[in-house]
Ligand binder design. Structure first.
Ligand code: KG4
Ligand code: ZN
Length: 325
């Protein structure tokens, strides 16, 4: 069976995974650096690169061991080429090139966002194109249509902050930890989502997003209302409601405009309980990957590589990482 070893180091998670040609996940390992960066309230690029360098070899070994295979059983290497933090990406790309070259294996450079777009094509019940996908993460928020699994066409995207960034910045204003999405998600369960009426921005006549006004509005509300524990839960619930409302409104518009019949969610924000729950009520079947395939992981990179172009040895030796693609 054809085995793809995926490597992902675009931000602050060191990830490796083994995926078969038909999309079965044999192992999926994530070494999260969350705690390392928490005290700074965000990802520190230099720390991220050094940590990737420190742990990537063990993460790959662990992945092989969990799948009960060795490097000799791997047929192809896939790696995130970008977008992301350049120093962090370089660690993954260099390691992938070395592993591939040592075994004379082909290497597939993967667009990190293509990984999020196709995460729902993994596993036992893969979504089939054509479909509409919402990718909402810490760095990106966009809607795209997928007609052919090797590509995606962006229909609308954020004009300022990403949805995950809105969660992270909101959490910071509420005195919560980093990353903020899971913290707001947790606190929102105890709050009233209609206690505060935050703005829902739907800019232009297209399918773009804007979240920067929402964050400012939270800032004003916090300084006016103060932060008692009781208020905090209401603020978290109302703030989350505003973000989810906007994501679902655009999803509905896109579904109608594009005439598509299937929807997939991807990216870290797709781990959000309210979004997952309410997306199920959209007028089309929705694929929501398990949380570990929503947040950054290498299974989605190996998965996307199935639809990418494999570079034969030694063509990839001069492959470079790219902060932007
Ligand atoms: O996809 P991801 O792991 O990394 C990027 O490519 O950015 O997404 C991370 C983002 C962070 O902003 C984090 O706060 C958000 O996803 N996130 C969530 C939840 N879990 C992670 N946002 C809302 N609710 C969650 N449960
Ligand atoms: Zn991501």
């Amino acid at each position: 069976m054809h085995l793809i070893l995926g490597i992902e180091t675009s931000c602050d998670d060191t990830c490796a995974a083994l995926v078969t040609r038909d999309g079965a996940i044999r192992a999926n390992v994530v070494a999260s650096q969350g705690l390392l960066h928490e005290r700074y309230g965000g990802v520190v690029p230099e720390i991220a690169s050094r940590q990737h360098l420190e742990v990537l070899d063990s993460v790959v070994d662990d992945t092989l061991e969990r799948a009960g295979v060795t490097l000799a059983d791997v047929d192809e290497i896939a790696v995130t080429r970008g977008p992301g933090l350049i120093g962090a990406l370089l660690v993954g790309v260099s390691a992938a090139k070395a592993l591939a070259a040592a075994g004379r294996l082909p290497l597939v450079p993967v667009d990190h966002l293509h990984g999020h777009v196709t995460a729902s094509m993994l596993g036992g019940d893969p979504i089939e194109p054509p479909y509409l996908v919402l990718v909402a993460s810490g760095g990106h928020t966009f809607l795209a249509r997928v007609d052919d699994p090797s590509e995606y066409r962006v229909l609308g995207e954020t004009l300022d902050d990403a949805a995950g960034e809105a969660f992270d910045k909101g959490a910071r204003l509420l005195g919560l930890g980093y990353p903020g999405g899971p913290e707001i998600d947790r606190l929102a369960r105890d709050g009233d989502p209609v206690a505060f009426d935050f703005p829902r921005s739907l800019p232009g006549d297209g399918l773009d997003f804007s979240f920067s006004g929402l964050k400012t509005s939270l800032l004003y509300t916090v300084s006016k209302e103060g932060l008692t524990p009781f208020r905090k839960a209401d603020l978290a619930a109302s703030y989350q409601r505003a973000i989810v409302d906007v994501l679902l409104a655009r999803l509905e518009q896109a579904l109608e405009r594009e005439g598509l019949e299937r929807v997939a969610l991807g990216g870290g924000v797709a781990a959000n309980r309210e979004l997952r729950h309410r997306a199920a009520a959209l007028g089309a079947p929705v694929w929501v990957p398990p949380v570990e395939l929503c947040t950054d992981n290498a299974a989605m990179i190996a998965g996307a590589a199935r639809f990418g172009r494999a570079l034969p040895y030694p063509e990839y030796l001069d492959l470079d990482a790219a902060a932007r693609l």
